[in-house]
Design a protein around this ligand. Structure first.
Ligand SMILES: *Cc1c(COP(=O)(O)O)cnc(C)c1O
Length: 497
């Protein structure tokens, strides 16, 4: 049955899935949400015998109803292929009695690959379906992770170009190397002299630049965005929760229908929202455990019903969770308001104006399945060390936050339900921090020496993504001032003066 999408701020207008993917954000500033969550059709026992790609098809076809079977299968085939370093795509590893869902086997060894591997294909298919003749130009500002994952996803995809701006001195050496060695004639990477906010503000200004838009249109180009509020990033994330449940069933870890809990290290709230959608499709999920680092806005929200971003922003060892405004939470707010766009719009206006809002008691009652907690820096480091000492398994910093919060949850509730912990990055992505957490005294070693050391102590091969950049040539060396971003884009695209 067809599913249309409406904005969380105005339930009047409805668009198809492909239109929602092309637009990204609704005109009224709201996020696109499906008018209802479809129920899974295939029985879990059948899903248990399916490959990741087959499960992806079974889930995504129910949301992206205006894609044909062939179109969707082709997008899935191109996304979840040998870019992943394991046939399983997302292995489930048991450690200390919990199940770690390893979402980090793609091109950039972090979970954003799960969605950004398929988004480019969904986008060009959506463009074709809607008779968009223009070539799509993705414009992104990155603080490190998303930029590389987007570059890897869009590289070589016909009908697209991607331009990524990053703060020249604001990303880690490994992150920079990952970006500037990116292959693909359609990829452009630029370091700007400024911080992440400068890059982001510059990109926003380019999106709103009419002169540039006119020049682009004349050249048969148009901008689009790959950021995490795109419904084309959310839907692919629902898949791995369905897959995780099916795999646990297949492996005999749970009985059919038995509930599981899910723990998600959370920043922008996209990943845990996908778990919530999976639950509402019928996957037997009990509690959704939302793990934060010291930027614990979400913990406070689940405790009090009040969202308040007015606080000190902390830089932590889990940078992808250093967020004070979790954009995807808006989709949950809309849901618990009973799909009331006016109520949601009112709260979001308050967030914009004063940095905070408070939900009603009735809305709060609907959050009973969520549990929030957080881990500070020392708890995170201790969790990495303890897990390594107990089992030999090495956690990255983000996953360690989730693991620490899970321990707090069990202590609080005595809940023995089988639990899946979303493992969002490879420890090789945060090698120095992880090695120091396990055992200090590595200050003299270079990043790549530490990588080899981690491989030795963790008894895991160095991921291909890291091995490749060790020797890869630098292919992008453009650096510019923040005032030159427009000129750089014009030069790359061969437009304007
Ligand atoms: C982006 C990211 C997160 C946070 O995910 P959200 O969907 O933004 O909540 C957690 N861990 C890692 C490694 C990430 O890259």
């Amino acid at each position: 049955m067809e599913i249309l999408y409406s904005s969380t701020r105005d339930s009047g207008s409805r668009v198809t899935a492909s239109q929602a993917i092309l637009k990204g954000l609704a005109d009224d500033g709201g996020l696109y949400v499906p008018e209802r969550i479809p129920a899974l059709e295939a029985p879990m026992t059948a899903l248990a015998d399916m490959s990741y790609r087959e499960v992806a098809y079974e889930v995504m076809r129910l949301f992206l109803t205006d894609f044909t079977a062939d179109e969707l299968r082709e997008c899935i085939r191109r996304a979840y292929d040998a870019k992943f370093d394991t046939e399983e795509i997302v292995p489930v590893k048991e450690a200390e009695g919990a199940y770690y869902l390893e979402l980090f086997h793609g091109s950039t060894i972090a979970f954003k690959d799960m969605a950004l591997s398929i988004l480019p294909h969904l986008m060009i298919t959506a463009a074709r379906k809607n008779h968009v003749e223009n070539e799509i130009v993705i414009l992104t500002a990155t603080s490190g992770d998303t930029g590389k994952a987007a570059l890897a996803g869009f590289a070589g995809v016909a009908g697209t170009k991607i331009i990524v701006f990053y703060p020249k001195n604001g990303v880690s050496p490994i992150q920079e190397k990952q970006m500037v060695t990116q292959k693909g004639d359609n990829t452009f990477v630029v370091g700007i002299r400024g911080n992440f906010d400068d890059a982001q503000n510059g990109v926003k200004a380019l999106f709103g630049d009419r002169e540039l838009a006119a020049q682009m249109a004349q050249a048969g180009l148009q901008f689009s965005s790959a950021n995490s509020i795109n419904i084309g990033r959310l839907v692919p994330q629902v898949v791995y929760y369905v897959y995780a449940y099916a795999q646990l069933l297949k492996q005999g870890r749970i009985r059919e229908g038995e509930k599981i809990n899910v723990v998600v290290p959370t920043g922008n709230f996209g990943n845990i929202l996908a778990a919530f959608y999976a639950k509402n499709m019928g996957v037997p999920i009990g509690r959704l455990i939302c793990a934060s680092n010291e930027n614990k806005v979400l913990y406070d929200f689940f405790e009090t019903g009040r969202y308040d971003r007015n606080r000190e922003f902390k830089l932590t060892s889990s940078p992808s969770m250093d967020i004070l405004i979790s954009s995807n939470l808006e989709r949950l707010i809309y849901w618990i308001a009973g799909n009331d766009a006016a109520k949601n719009a009112e709260l979001m206006a308050s967030l914009k104006k004063s940095g905070s809002y408070e939900i009603t008691d009735r809305m709060k009652e609907q959050l009973a399945d969520f549990y929030g907690n957080y881990a500070d820096e020392s708890e995170t480091a201790a969790r990495i060390r303890e897990m390594y000492e107990n089992t030999g398994y090495v956690l990255d910093t983000h996953t360690a936050v989730a693991s620490a919060v899970y321990k707090k949850y069990v202590k609080d509730t005595q809940d023995k339900t089988v639990t899946v912990i979303a493992s969002t990055a490879s420890p090789f992505k945060f090698t120095r921090y992880v090695m120091n957490a396990i055992d200090g005294g590595y200050d003299a070693m270079s990043d790549f020496e530490l990588v080899d050391e981690l491989s030795k102590i963790g008894k895991v091969a160095v991921p291909r993504a890291i091995e490749e950049i060790r020797t890869a040539p630098v292919l992008h060396d453009t650096v510019c001032d923040k005032t030159q971003m427009k000129a750089v884009v014009q030069r790359f695209l061969g437009i304007g003066a």
